[in-house]
Design a protein around this ligand. Structure first.
Ligand SMILES: C[S@@+](CC[C@H](N)C(=O)[O-])C[C@H]1O[C@@H](n2cnc3c(N)ncnc32)[C@H](O)[C@@H]1O
Length: 214
């Protein structure tokens, strides 16, 4: 089934929105309490990582741990990732996206990341050759995402089994301890890939009325 076009210009600015500069960055969506974000930024000082989390208490836990560890290449953001991405990110700015153990949305398949029209917008923010890592403990979630990559998004990917010793996130630790199969898709954006949002500039906190009046 074809996916309708995402209405980016209708996204209201996140509360207390702060613009970011346009240098290359990595972005984690749904970072939880920030275990992966803290590890990744400590192990990769050459990358700038922005870690977005919608749930306040988890964001606060990430922020507190970040204050203790002090990585200056990590920026935790408390926001819903959809409006934040539309308002903050420039086309082809992102080197890597991480979406690790997203909510499975059992009663709302349309809210899974690769089923959303927003996914096309996300792809427009990714550099050519950039990657999206999508991890899940639910085999059907991975299979569905894989099928969407083939049928809708026409993107190359590799599927990997996550090692039992891996401990990148709180959810990963919990699922692997229970003996569950954890898998990830590493999705790559080809050089000649285009989307309908490639010229869409970040809204930078403007509200929809200001955008449509331009
Ligand atoms: C199952 S948890 C996984 C957290 C973390 N990645 C981990 O593996 O431990 C999914 C997280 O995604 C966050 N989330 C879901 N939708 C989001 C959105 N639109 N924007 C930002 N965060 C979101 C939820 O608040 C939740 O913390």
């Amino acid at each position: 089934m074809p996916i309708r076009q995402f209405q980016a210009q209708r996204m209201r600015a996140p509360r207390d929105f702060q613009p970011i500069d346009s240098t290359p960055i990595c972005v984690e969506i749904g970072a939880g309490k920030g275990k992966h974000a803290l590890l990744f930024s400590a192990n990769h000082p050459e990358f700038q990582l922005i870690a977005v989390e919608r749930t306040r208490e988890k964001f606060v836990a990430m922020q507190k741990q970040h204050q203790l560890e002090g990585q200056n290449n990590l920026t935790p953001i408390h926001a819903d990732a959809l409006p934040w991405v539309v308002h903050a990110l420039h086309p082809a700015q992102v080197q890597q996206f991480f979406i690790l153990y997203p909510n499975p949305e059992p009663h709302n398949p349309a809210q899974r990341w690769l089923n959303m029209p927003f996914f096309e917008f996300l792809l427009s923010r990714l550099q050519s050759g950039g990657q999206i890592t999508l991890a899940s403990n639910i085999p059907e979630y991975i299979e569905e995402a894989q099928q969407q990559l083939i049928d809708v998004w026409k993107l190359p990917f590799v599927k990997e089994r996550i090692a039992e010793t891996s401990a990148r996130t709180h959810f990963e630790i919990k699922y692997l301890e229970r003996g569950e199969l954890c898998q990830q898709l590493i999705i790559t954006k080809p050089v000649d890939y285009t989307t309908r949002f490639d010229d869409f500039q970040p809204l930078q906190g403007k509200q929809p009325t200001e955008v449509s009046a331009e």
